[in-house]
Ligand binder design. Structure first.
Ligand code: IPE
Ligand code: IPE
Ligand code: MG
Length: 266
């Protein structure tokens, strides 16, 4: 089972490794006002490795460890939905060797983590054009989805060969298909209908988007769903992303006033 951080909540606050320790940050957090859906663009692996004189693959491997930390804390805090951007529809532009390494790491991650994820009731929901993934990756992804399908805890959306534009295009195709078959009327198409045809159908929009690595863009991630998402950007490279940093992002999120175009919405 994942480490039990919450069990010690408050016990060592103020006495541990400084004001930014996990325990101190956790003590400040309002557990009743956590984001329901957290989305993360896991970026900066390559630069992190290059700065250390190492191959980019070293950074991707370290990035997997960061993912493990983040999933562990999200499970512990009972976050309901976590969406991570693992491979974009544009990432095929990279050298084949790097693409292969990323796919191998994905397969390794799923096979290594599936038992623990299932023990923690996590439901793995891969999103993206899965049919275009290399066979080994596809098999691992489908197996993980199948095995965790009945789990009722955190929905863990893993964006693979995912692009926000491609997602909208497939939704529009599906909707137009229904209209042409007479199963849907044009005048009944609204935001809800569109959202119901996205990979994230039936899930709430992200409350918080985290982008590490110092780049300030969404890189084709969840274009529709991010309309009113709070953004949290940090210069930290993804392999260095710690539980403390996630707790800081949550604390900052709790200080935001979300208005959704209205006046006050608490
Ligand atoms: C994120 O790190 C991993 C993927 C995009 C798959 P990058 O590989 O983009 O790392 P940087 O941005 O080049 O540092
Ligand atoms: C976004 O990172 C995609 C993933 C993290 C999987 P990129 O590194 O591909 O994005 P850009 O190129 O900086 O916009
Ligand atoms: Mg990048």
């Amino acid at each position: 089972m994942f480490k039990r951080l919450l069990a010690n909540r408050g016990k060592n606050a103020g006495h541990s490794a400084g004001a930014d320790s996990e325990q101190d940050l956790l003590a400040k957090l309002d557990l009743t006002r956590l984001p329901v859906h957290v989305a993360i663009i896991m970026d900066g692996n390559g630069r992190w490795a290059t700065w250390r004189g190492m191959p980019r693959s070293f950074g991707h491997r370290a990035g997997v460890k960061a993912l493990r930390r983040v999933v562990e804390l999200c499970v512990e805090l009972q976050i309901k939905h976590l969406t991570v951007y693992a491979f974009s529809t544009e990432n095929w532009k990279r050298p084949l060797e790097e693409v292969n390494i990323l796919m191998d790491l994905l397969v390794e991650y799923l096979y290594k983590e599936i038992d623990e994820l299932c023990a923690n009731n996590v439901k793995i929901n891969p999103i993206g054009i899965l049919a275009e993934l290399p066979e080994k990756a596809r098999t691992a992804v489908y197996a993980a989805r199948e095995r965790s399908g009945a789990n009722t805890g955190m929905v863990f959306n893993v964006a693979l060969n995912y692009g926000g534009r491609a997602e909208l295009v497939q939704a529009i195709r599906a909707i137009v298909g229904k209209v042409s078959e007479g199963r849907l009327r044009v005048e009944d198409i609204d935001g809800e209908v569109l959202a119901a045809h996205l990979y994230t159908a039936a899930q709430p929009d992200p409350d918080l988007l985290i982008r590490p690595s110092g780049d300030y863009r969404v890189s084709n991630f969840l274009l529709w769903q991010l309309a009113y998402t709070e953004l949290w950007l940090t210069d930290t490279m993804w392999p260095d992303f710690s539980k403390q940093e996630l707790l800081k992002a949550f604390l900052d999120f709790q200080s935001r006033e979300r208005r959704f175009g209205g006046l006050v919405h608490k």
